[in-house]
Design a protein around this ligand. Structure first.
Ligand SMILES: [Zn+2]
Length: 182
């Protein structure tokens, strides 16, 4: 089995920006497989490499029955926002909150063989691309919530059963910047 432990909020790896992939080699293909297996087992709609402790710019997704991965993603976002959509995160088990995201995203990057890929997503797929790319920059969904939601989320995090498992710290960025978790 290639299922890996999912890192929880409080683990410093989730706040560390990931490095671009340079070598499209066997190791990278194993990472994509580990991410895919771990995401499907969770189950989740998306998983980024830092969530399994690997600091590389790689994520996988499983949204609307579409399974895939993207390496070194670069996003173009619509101006139109979905303010109300609920979002969860596998690194914050059991919690989901309305989180503003662009409605449409075009994600450019590479597949595991180094071939250029362009993916277009709307709604949940677009939300997934934004959530996972944020993970690669050390940004978490609580950073994207409005102040009121973030306060609710932090209270729930402090009370969550898994809190303390990874010695969480509660430092938050001062910049505010349904279904399966991401
Ligand atoms: Zn997440």
């Amino acid at each position: 089995m290639a299922i890996q432990a999912i890192r929880l909020f409080g683990d410093p790896v989730l706040r560390t920006p990931a490095a671009p992939v340079v070598d499209f080699d066997k190791e990278l293909r194993k990472l994509v497989k580990d991410l895919t297996d771990t995401m499907m087992d969770a189950p989740g709609a998306g998983l980024a490499a830092p969530q399994i402790g690997v600091g590389l710019r790689v994520f996988t997704y499983y949204v609307d029955d579409q399974l895939g991965h993207l390496i070194n993603p670069d996003l173009d976002l619509s101006d139109e926002l979905d303010e109300e959509g609920e979002e969860g995160c596998l690194s914050f088990p059991g919690l989901s909150y309305p989180t503003p995201r662009a409605v449409r995203a075009v994600a450019k990057g590479f597949d595991m063989h180094g071939e250029p890929v362009v993916l277009e997503g709307t709604d949940l797929m677009a939300r997934c691309f934004q959530h996972e790319t944020d993970h690669l920059d050390g940004i978490l969904f609580i950073d994207r919530m409005d102040l009121k939601q973030r306060k609710l989320a932090m209270k729930a995090i402090r009370e969550a059963e898994w809190t303390g498992a990874a010695a969480p710290t509660f430092k938050l960025s001062p910049h505010a910047t349904g279904g399966r978790a991401l």
